[in-house]
Design a binder for this molecule. Structure first.
Ligand SMILES: [Zn+2]
Length: 81
């Protein structure tokens, strides 16, 4: 599967981020090496044809390093008695 690598401005820290775009499916991944920002737009339902896809068949995952830290803290707190 072919993909195109492009460089865009990170929406989190405004530095340079990598945009990996799969032109056959339209899926895209953004990763910023400066701040750890990550965003993925992927198709959930791979059984459908591209022309039959609706908004519900797409999934957007997004997180930053800050969010990861918060999730880790919640995990640690829940383990405490
Ligand atoms: Zn960034």
């Amino acid at each position: 599967m072919g993909s195109v690598i492009d460089y865009i401005e990170c929406s989190n820290c405004k530095k340079e981020a990598v945009f990996d775009y799969y032109y056959k499916t339209g899926e895209g991944y953004i990763h910023c090496p400066s701040c750890g920002y990550y965003r993925a737009e992927v198709i959930k339902n791979k059984d459908k044809k591209l022309t039959e896809l609706t908004k519900e068949d797409w999934e957007t995952k997004e997180y930053t390093k800050e969010l990861n830290r918060v999730l880790l803290l919640i995990e640690l707190e829940s383990e405490m008695p």
